[in-house]
Design a protein around this ligand. Structure first.
Ligand SMILES: Cc1ncc(COP(=O)(O)O)c(C=O)c1O
Length: 386
């Protein structure tokens, strides 16, 4: 029997898509499912961005582009980083990718050898562990604790560093907990990396999605020139998940290698998507504060609602659009509780364990839905426990 590669057997997927498939099967059977499992905003891509995409297609922007992206978009990203992160990267540091996710994959591939150690948050975004495992490297988990509002503790990182540690991955605002790390915590992580000669990948896909606090990047320390890599993209706050557009700001030596990686893997990001991205970055930004004001209302409603369910308690997240209630007092495990909610309350959410072993005892709700759906879900969950 012909066998697949070892790496192919080690890579893994995301529970969100599995739960969505289960929920859709129930819908086919006639059930009315309330969806809290999928991580995308519930608004359409703003019209000016859509129009820029359509215009680009009509203007024949439908050919290959340079593998690292068109100069016009790379310049727009350069301005954006200066405006939002307080430093101006060189153009040679900026690489366009089809979504943020390839940025995770390509940075880990560029940095990590089999046997190396990669430090990341747990619970955390599954792609970090999946790619680390694909490469035959070792994932070193930093538990995110509720008593620390699910923020990564720099002291825990210090304790876990060995001579094999090659990379620390940071994600703030965070999926799945909605936590936002403080400026001093992120600065400290960048300093730890510098002192120990380790790379830092900072996944900032929710950078414009904070409520009470401001977003900060650990890449400010070396301006992504030596060891830090900033990843951001258009999927979440521009509601462009299906367009596939993101970017990386990396040390020049890595950006040069990425050029060949991208040629070998994807040739380039879709041309018209890149032109739409310029409009996203440079056009009117009015919808972001509007969207965030609505998300804040939804956050407050779902947190209040979840806290009113016996056995649940839930912190108020500071960013993104996820909340991570503790369900230990229900006496159920995460998976059992998520299945109970799906089959007994018609509410689709994710078990905390979909994001790593330290997610046990929690569920993740994406509240990118309507206030009415939030109300209906809370009522239905309460009823299901009676
Ligand atoms: C932390 C994090 N990083 C990256 C991504 C993926 O971004 P993209 O769709 O741009 O590849 C997600 C999407 O859920 C995410 O939560």
């Amino acid at each position: 029997m012909v066998s697949l590669s070892n790496g192919a057997n080690r890579i893994y997927g995301e529970a969100a898509f599995e739960v969505l498939a289960k929920a859709q099967e129930l819908e086919r059977q006639g059930k009315n499912i309330l969806h809290f499992e999928i991580g995308e905003p519930d608004i359409e891509t703003p019209k000016n961005i859509v129009q820029a995409g359509i215009k680009a297609i009509l203007d024949k922007k439908t050919h290959y582009t340079p593998s690292i992206g068109i100069l016009e978009l790379r310049k727009a990203v350069q301005d954006e980083i200066e405006k939002t992160r307080g430093y101006r990267p060189d153009l040679e540091q900026i690489v366009i990718t089809p979504g943020l996710k390839p940025g995770i994959f390509f940075s880990i591939l560029n940095i990590v050898n089999p046997g190396d150690e990669v430090i990341y948050q747990d619970p955390g975004y599954p792609t970090y562990g999946s790619v680390t495992s694909f490469l035959g490297a070792k994932g070193v988990l930093i538990p995110l604790l509720e008593e620390n509002e699910f923020r990564m503790n720099p002291n825990d990182i210090k304790e876990k560093i060995t001579e094999k540690t090659k990379l620390i991955i940071v994600n703030s605002p965070q999926n799945p907990t909605g936590s936002v790390m403080t400026k001093s915590e992120l600065e400290e992580i960048a300093e730890i990396a510098e002192n120990n000669d380790i790379f830092v990948v900072s996944d900032e896909i929710y950078s414009k999605m904070t409520y009470e606090t401001k977003h900060y990047t650990p890449t400010a320390r070396d301006e992504a020139k030596e060891r830090t890599i900033l990843l951001d993209g258009f999927s979440k706050y521009y509601a462009m998940t299906g367009w596939r557009l993101g970017y990386m700001v990396t040390p020049v030596k890595m950006a040069e290698r990425l050029q060949d990686f991208l040629v070998s893997a994807i040739s380039c990001t879709a041309a018209f998507t890149q032109w739409a991205g310029i409009e996203a970055l440079t056009g009117d930004q009015y919808f972001i504060p509007e969207m965030m004001a609505r998300f804040k209302e939804k956050r407050d409603k779902i947190v209040e609602g979840l806290n009113s369910i016996p056995g649940f308690h839930c912190l108020s997240p500071k960013g993104a659009f996820y909340t991570f209630p503790n369900i230990l007092e229900t006496g159920m495990k995460s998976q059992e509780c998520a299945d109970h909610l799906l089959y007994k309350a018609n509410v689709a959410c994710l078990p905390g364990t979909a994001f790593g072993p330290y997610g046990e005892g929690y569920l993740r709700f994406s509240y990118a839905t309507t206030l009415e759906n939030i109300d209906a879900a809370i009522k239905s969950i309460k009823k299901s426990f009676k």
